[in-house]
Design a protein around this ligand. Structure first.
Ligand SMILES: Nc1nc2c(c(=O)[nH]1)N[C@H]1C(S)=C(S)[C@@H](COP(=O)(O)OP(=O)(O)OC[C@H]3O[C@@H](n4cnc5c(=O)[nH]c(N)nc54)[C@H](O)[C@@H]3O)O[C@H]1N2
Ligand SMILES: Nc1nc2c(c(=O)[nH]1)N[C@H]1C(S)=C(S)[C@@H](COP(=O)(O)OP(=O)(O)OC[C@H]3O[C@@H](n4cnc5c(=O)[nH]c(N)nc54)[C@H](O)[C@@H]3O)O[C@H]1N2
Ligand code: SF4
Ligand SMILES: [Mo]
Length: 731
């Protein structure tokens, strides 16, 4: 198996592009794109293409490290594991189980996320677990659950995009963050559809749009309400749909009507004629979609903001109908699956709620423990990090690099340093791993088997294709060994398929039901969309979903044509085909109707003032991934994106006296970051932008505001008040 080419998926973003890995005779591996995977159809971005470089022992961890006299030194696996188990055990003894924290990541496979959540609750007995997905799509998840009764990022496959009439892309720069997906939008426009992009910056994505709305950061809620106001005023609502498929319209309508177009123009800076044009483009075609990403979601009102965009879809009959709907573009490799199987503070596998007695009984039954022994919900990611060194005294961290990626990062770095004990499992010595007492070197995507669930809700099999270096072990092995040392000998297999088999049972009957999915099916079918209950191909049990195959006429959902026609008629005994499209018959709420939520505009947590007169927003560039822990180790990517920068509008730059390339300091109430100015007409004059991929002096998160959304607990990464100081060339 290890000498030929293995089909698998990219380690990075939620598109989960298909790739082939072929070991080379001279050592190393070659990554090539897979034409048979319908999402990327033979395309890869530079990060995916170069992903194998991080497999090189030259850039990664190759042995466990333990802190000895202040320094990290190499140790054996038993030594490192013993030390972690001892310290976790002693901390628990002294301070109680909730003094132990666990922090996970949306890049972890389903198996790892599941095992980590179970490890926290069953082995450690702590409620203090959360993960970086809280920083990612949690606002969209909360709003989706509130409106539709179910959160699956996209309720339809990406291949539906070219077949709709209009897409509003809100705060997504997918030309840089998911480059192969741009093709679906190009095809949309070739088919006569239109693209509206909402982004304070004229990004590469906005350049593709028929209409670009450039609101002030943090005002998407007002923008969506203004559009809904116009929809009502212009008589463009779908009254029959509202009557038959929704509840709560009157209150939501009344709330929206307070948002007059001129008022919205004042808040957002988007001119009224553009608002009208957007409404016309969105309402005229038979079908339309709204897709959100981090722009509107990473706000202290992200849940309401997404709710307002969903209201717009519902009022115009554009959800749960063919080629229409609201979707969230999930970000991390397993950002979807990672939020379903229990590494979240309030959650049990299968997207069950930890405070639901029936859910506790079911999962405790699968785990062979007393339901009463399961702890209750814990703190959200930022609140957990903020509690380190106070009542949470020891932390096990897997799959995140908060020293770079958490809001108010200098404070979080101090909290991490104040822990009694920190253990980090990573593939590289990340900035967070550098602070650890024990660092465990773990295997990477190409070296281990596991499943991920893409932004489409498509469960995929990543296969082991190469042999890892000798002293590297898997995350599942780590949890298996630690459980054993902490007195739980059973229930933590290191074999991923065994974990998945248990995950299937634990998820059975839950909202995210994987019970009908097996490794064998995944290998044969190019992925299976959840919910996929075991047994029958009927629609029962799937919470208002349509179980009849993808309906794709181009056969692009699988190479063997196994979707659709052959297994979708509900015959007893035939496997459930999976659910590419949700909500076509009913929503997943108790009464089957989608719920309007009345929302009104509110200001960002930190508005500009005399001292901090500008807004900072943050995001990504195409050649770096997240905290950069992996991609900053790839020469080609570093050459393309060597370091941070501050985007300034030419008028602002002129006022400040900054020339392109001059070092500037961006100062917020949390701290100060220094990076070269990049002068561009693509940004609003009242806003500056920094990418967040770098540590050190140019770390954007030194500045960001940890104000949290009250529902999702998402921090406000996308706006805070700053001032910019020009440093002389000599500084
Ligand atoms: N190259 C690369 N690709 C990635 C990643 C990466 O780090 N690098 N990360 C992956 C992950 S985990 C994620 S979550 C996705 C994120 O994917 P995106 O959401 O596309 O990424 P961002 O750059 O964070 O934000 C998108 C846009 O939001 C805009 N924006 C800022 N403030 C606002 C606002 O108030 N309102 C609106 N409407 N827009 C605003 C920014 O200008 C930016 O262009 O990307 C995934 N893909
Ligand atoms: N200012 C600002 N900050 C942001 C954002 C923003 O837009 N602006 N976006 C936020 C978002 S959307 C996200 S998703 C977060 C992401 O930020 P982080 O959570 O820091 O994400 P990564 O950099 O992907 O960190 C993953 C770490 O896990 C390691 N790793 C990779 N695979 C595995 C594995 O299988 N096992 C283990 N044990 N380790 C592994 C990697 O080497 C890396 O060190 O950042 C958030 N922070
Ligand atoms: S778009 Fe995302 S999944 Fe595709 S190759 Fe790039 S990083 Fe990988
Ligand atoms: Mo993300």
């Amino acid at each position: 198996m290890e000498n030929t080419s293995t089909p698998t998926h990219c380690p990075y973003c939620a598109l989960q592009c298909g790739m082939n890995i072929t070991p080379l005779p001279q050592g190393g591996v070659e990554v090539t794109e897979r034409a048979d995977f319908p999402v990327n159809r033979g395309a890869l971005c530079g990060k995916g293409r170069t992903a194998a470089e991080v497999l090189s022992p030259a850039v990664r961890l190759t042995a466990p490290l333990v802190r000895d006299g202040g320094r990290l030194v190499e140790a054996s696996w038993p030594e490192a594991l013993d030390r972690i188990a001892e310290r976790l055990g002693a901390t628990r003894e002294r301070y109680g189980a909730d003094a132990l924290g666990v922090f996970g990541g949306g890049g972890l496979t389903n198996e790892k996320a599941y095992a980590l959540g179970k490890f926290a609750r069953v082995v450690l007995g702590t409620s203090q677990i959360d993960y970086n997905g809280r920083f990612c799509m949690s606002s969209a998840a909360a709003a989706g659950t509130r409106a539709f009764g179910l959160d699956r990022g996209l309720p339809f496959p990406l291949e539906d995009i070219p077949r709709t009439g209009c897409v509003v892309l809100v705060g997504s720069n997918l030309a840089e963050t998911m480059p192969p997906s741009l093709r679906f939008f190009t095809e949309l426009r070739e088919n006569g559809g239109t693209l509206i992009v909402v982004d304070p910056r004229r990004t590469r994505t906005a350049e593709q749009a028929d209409l670009h709305l450039a609101p002030r950061p943090g005002t998407d809620l007002a923008l969506a309400l203004g559009l809904l106001h116009l929809v009502v005023a212009e008589g463009r609502t779908d009254e029959e749909y509202i009557r038959e498929r929704t509840t709560g319209w009157e209150e939501a309508r009344a709330a929206a009507m307070a948002h007059w177009p001129e008022y919205v123009e004042r808040i957002t800076g988007v001119p009224v004629p553009q608002l009208r044009e957007a409404v016309r483009m969105f309402c005229e075609p038979e079908a339309a979609m709204v897709l959100t990403a981090r722009g509107p979601e990473q706000q202290s009102k992200g849940t309401d903001t997404v709710g307002a965009w969903i209201n717009l879809c519902l009022a115009t009959g554009r959800a749960g109908r063919p080629f229409s709907g609201y979707g969230c573009l999930t970000g991390q490799g397993n950002g979807q699956g990672g939020r379903e199987h229990g590494q979240k503070a309030d959650q049990l596998p299968g997207y069950r709620k930890l405070d639901d007695p029936a859910a506790r009984r079911h999962v405790a039954g699968v785990w062979g423990v007393d339901p009463d022994s399961l702890p209750g919900p814990g703190r959200s990611a930022y609140e957990l990090l903020d509690a380190l060194g106070t009542d949470v005294r020891a932390l096990l961290l897997m799959g995140s690099n908060p020293v770079v990626s958490a809001p108010r990062a200098a404070h979080i770095e101090r909290r991490l340093r104040s822990l009694d004990f920190l253990a980090v499992a990573d593939v590289v010595l990340s900035e967070t791993a550098e602070l650890a007492d024990v660092v465990l070197p773990v295997t990477q995507w190409a070296e281990e088997t596991g499943t991920t669930t893409s932004l489409e809700g498509r469960v995929l099999l990543r296969r082991r294709a190469v042999t890892p270096p000798p002293h590297v072990r898997s995350d599942l092995y780590v949890l298996h060994e630690l459980a054993d040392r902490l007195g739980v000998e059973k229930g933590f297999p290191a074999d991923p398929e065994e974990v998945f088999e248990e995950l299937r049972r634990a998820s059975a009957g839950g909202p995210a039901d994987y019970s009908g999915i097996t490794y064998r099916r995944l290998a044969e079918e190019n992925g299976v969309f959840w919910p996929c209950p075991e047994g029958s191909g009927g629609t029962e049990g799937s919470g208002g979903t349509e179980g009849s195959g993808s309906g794709g006429t181009d056969g692009s959902d699988g190479t063997d044509g196994s979707d659709g026609a052959d297994g979708s008629d509900g015959t007893e005994g035939s496997p459930h085909p999976g659910t590419p499209r949700l909500f076509l018959d009913r929503f997943a709420t108790p009464d089957g109707r989608a719920r309007f939520v009345p929302v009104v505009h509110r200001a960002t947590a930190e508005e500009p003032d005399a001292e901090y007169p500008l807004l900072l927003t943050t995001g990504r560039v195409v050649s770096q991934y997240q905290s950069g822990a992996q991609t900053r180790r790839v020469a080609e990517l570093n050459a393309a994106a060597p370091g941070p920068f501050v985007e300034l509008h030419p008028r602002l730059a002129a006022r400040l006296g900054a020339a392109d390339g001059d070092p500037v300091a961006v100062v917020s109430r949390r701290g100060r970051a220094v990076a070269p100015a990049r002068i561009t007409g693509a940004i609003r004059p009242d806003t500056v932008f920094m990418p967040f991929h770098w540590p050190g002096e140019g770390r954007a998160n030194t500045l960001t505001n940890p104000a949290l959304d009250p529902t999702s607990r998402m921090p406000e990464f996308k706006s805070c008040a700053v001032r910019v100081e020009v440093l002389g060339p000599a500084d």
